[in-house]
Design a protein around this ligand. Structure first.
Ligand code: SAM
Length: 213
């Protein structure tokens, strides 16, 4: 971690809310959750973009969903998770922190449960599930994104591997990096979206629907 990142993380400490108590649990139990600076960026986009309805693909233990909901009591998050243990943990956390009214959990594979989220139009979609499937999630769920809405994709630099695929020793990681690279290039080709990438944490893509490109 570089000095600037450390400095910013320390600076943001005062912003900590009770949901942060889940971060040590996630780290100890190897549950991947969104990095802190990326999270703060998304929360700022939520504030800037008058976001009410958020769709998240990949709930894990409910950490990011509750953080998003914490921005304003008007926010409603729909979040999809396929792993049963995670679903139960998220349910307990969401109840314990009193976010039941703002967070709707959908249990199932995000490649299959589109019908269950199709009752509304979303202002933001956060793609944070199986990294090799990001394009499929994008294609399946952006029909429910409003014009001007945002798609945020996490981990688009995948541990620095994507920018340096030939140096990756593990075959699995190389395959994953290639898939993410293909997704990033595909994102850039989507003429109805303006996409930019941030070299922050594990890499974030921000795509705006309908922005002239
Ligand atoms: N967004 C969470 C946070 O920051 O607190 C972290 C999500 S974690 C990186 C990814 C989660 O996506 C895992 O819990 C995994 O089980 C789930 N997942 C992966 N592929 C999925 C799929 N096809 N459908 C639903 N959930 C999926």
């Amino acid at each position: 971690m570089d000095h600037n990142q450390n400095y910013l993380l320390e600076l943001l400490q005062h912003n900590n809310n009770e949901i942060e108590s889940l971060r040590p649990f996630a780290e100890d139990n190897h549950v991947p959750i969104v990095d802190k600076l990326t999270l703060e960026l998304i929360k700022q986009l939520i504030r800037m973009h008058k976001t009410t309805y958020i769709l998240e693909i990949g709930t894990a233990i409910g950490y990011s969903a509750m953080h998003f909901a914490s921005v304003s009591p008007d926010i409603e998050v729909t979040t999809i998770e396929r792993d049963e243990t995670m679903q139960q943990r998220a349910k307990r956390n969401i109840s314990a922190f009193n976010y039941d009214q703002q967070i709707r959990q959908i249990h199932g594979d995000a490649l299959e449960v589109m019908d269950q989220v199709a009752d509304r139009t979303y202002d933001m979609i956060f793609i944070d599930a199986a990294k090799a499937q990001s394009q499929k999630f994008f294609e399946r769920y952006t029909p429910y994104l409003r014009e001007g809405g945002l798609v945020i994709t996490d981990n688009v630099l995948y541990h620095d591997f994507v920018a340096n695929i030939d140096a990756v020793k593990s075959r699995n990681k190389r395959q994953m990096a290639k898939k993410i690279n293909a997704y990033n290039k595909w994102l850039m080709e989507q003429s109805q979206y303006a996409t930019t990438f941030l070299n922050m944490d594990d890499g974030v893509a921000i795509s705006i629907k309908g922005a002239s490109v």
